[in-house]
Design a protein around this ligand. Structure first.
Ligand code: AMP
Ligand code: MG
Length: 315
C-alpha cells in the first residue's frame, strides 16, 4: 500500500507565537526533521514577538527615538517586506501600528474599548515612512520615541515558510503539512497522491467550514475578526486595526489568501482585510494577479478572485 512506501507520519504540536502549531511530515527521518522545523517557530518568536521583552524587535522598539539597532537577516527581511507592503497599500498594512495595536491588546484583556483620546494620541506614532533602514549593516531605527513595530501580521507566515524550507531540505521527506493557528503551509502533496485538502474556517459558524480547497505546495492564510476579539455594546472589537481610524477594520469578517509564498500570504491576508472587498480585490488584481483570495464581507457574502473555484477545486 501507499502507507508502505511513505511510512507513518511524524506529528508534533507545540505552542509558540501565541498559538498551537501542528507539524506533520511523511518519510524516513521525519521525526527528527519536524523537531528541527518546530524550533523555527520558537526562534522566530524570540526575534519578532513584541510581547517578549528580550526579542530583537523589542530591542528596536526600546531604542525608539534614540539609536539604530542591528538585527538578524530574518528580522531585517520581514521588516523590509512589511514596509514595502505599507508603501504599496498606502498604509492599510502598517508594521508600525504597535502604539495602537498594543492599546487594543490591552483593551481585549480588559474587555473595555480604549478612550478616543488615547487612540488619537497613539496614532501620532504610526508613520511607517519615518522608519530608517540600512541594508548594508542591517540596522533599523525608529526615529521617534513612542513608535512601536508590530510584525504580528507577518511573523507567523514567515516562520511557517522557513519551517517548510527546512523540511524540504531533507530529500527523504516527501509530504509536509504545517498548521500554525489557521496559517496552513503544505509541501509535496498528500501521501495518497493527490493535493492537500485545506478547509477554511467559517467566520461565524464554527461547526461548519466556509469551504475546502486543494493545493499541492503553498500556503493558505486566513485573517479573521473571530480570531481575537471582544464584544462591547453589541459591537465586535477585533485585532486587525485600520490605521486610518485607529479602530478595528470594518466591513470584513475574514480574508483567506492562497499563495506559493507563506509570508506573502500572511502579509496580504491582513492587508486585504483592512482594504475591504472592492479595494482589496482591485489591489490583488493589480499587484498580485497570481494570488488567490476568498473574502467574507461584513454581511457574510463570499467574494473570490477570478477563476478561484476552478483553480483550487473550491467546494
Ligand atoms: P493577522 O492575524 O495575520 O491578520 O495579523 C493580525 C495582527 O497584525 C494583529 O494582531 C497585530 O499584531 C497586527 N496588525 C493589526 N492591524 C494591522 C495593520 N493594519 N497592519 C499591519 N499589522 C497589523
Ligand atoms: Mg497576516
Amino acid at each position: 500500500t501507499l502507507w508502505g512506501c511513505v511510512g507513518l507520519p511524524a506529528e508534533q504540536t507545540i505552542f509558540a507565537m501565541d498559538t498551537y502549531i501542528t507539524l506533520k511530515a511523511y518519510g524516513p527521518g521525519s521525526g527528527a526533521a519536524i523537531k528541527e522545523a518546530a524550533e523555527v517557530f520558537t526562534e522566530i518568536d524570540q526575534l519578532m514577538n513584541i510581547f517578549n521583552s528580550s526579542s530583537e524587535l523589542s530591542m528596536v522598539n526600546a531604542a525608539a527615538g534614540q539609536y539604530a539597532v542591528q538585527v538578524s537577516a530574518d528580522t531585517f527581511g520581514v521588516i523590509e517586506e512589511a514596509l514595502n507592503l505599507a508603501y504599496l497599500t498606502d498604509g492599510a498594512f502598517n508594521p508600525v501600528i504597535g502604539s495602537v495595536s498594543k492599546l487594543w491588546k490591552q483593551a481585549e484583556m480588559l474587555s473595555q474599548v480604549p478612550d478616543r483620546e488615547q487612540i488619537q494620541q497613539a496614532l501620532r506614532f504610526t508613520d511607517y515612512r519615518k522608519v530608517i533602514l540600512n541594508s548594508s549593516n542591517k540596522t533599523v531605527e525608529l526615529p521617534e520615541a513612542g513608535m512601536i513595530f508590530d510584525l504580528g501580521g507577518a511573523a507567523k507566515g514567515f516562520a511557517a515558510g522557513k519551517a517548510i524550507e527546512r523540511l524540504a531540505r531533507y530529500r527523504s521527506i516527501r509530504h509536509v503539512l504545517i498548521n500554525a493557528g489557521g496559517n496552513v503551509v503544505v509541501y509535496g502533496g498528500h501521501p495518497e497522491k493527490r493535493p492537500w485538502r485545506i478547509s477554511i474556517t467559517h467566520p461565524r459558524k464554527n461547526e461548519r467550514f466556509l469551504g475546502t480547497l486543494e493545493i499541492t505546495d503553498g500556503a493558505v492564510v486566513t485573517s479573521g475578526d473571530y480570531e481575537r476579539y471582544f464584544m462591547q455594546d453589541g459591537e465586535r472589537y477585533h485585532h486587525i486595526i485600520d490605521p486610518a481610524t485607529g479602530y478595528p477594520a470594518k466591513g470584513m469578517q475574514s480574508v483567506s489568501i492562497v499563495s506559493s509564498d507563506s509570508m506573502q500570504a500572511d502579509l496580504l491576508s491582513t492587508a486585504v482585510f483592512v482594504l475591504g472587498v472592492s479595494k482589496g480585490l482591485a489591489f490583488l488584481e493589480q499587484y498580485y494577479p497570481e494570488v488567490g483570495a476568498v473574502l467574507v464581507d461584513g454581511d457574510g457574502a463570499i467574494h473570490m478572485t477570478p477563476g478561484f473555484g476552478e483553480r483550487y477545486g473550491w467546494r
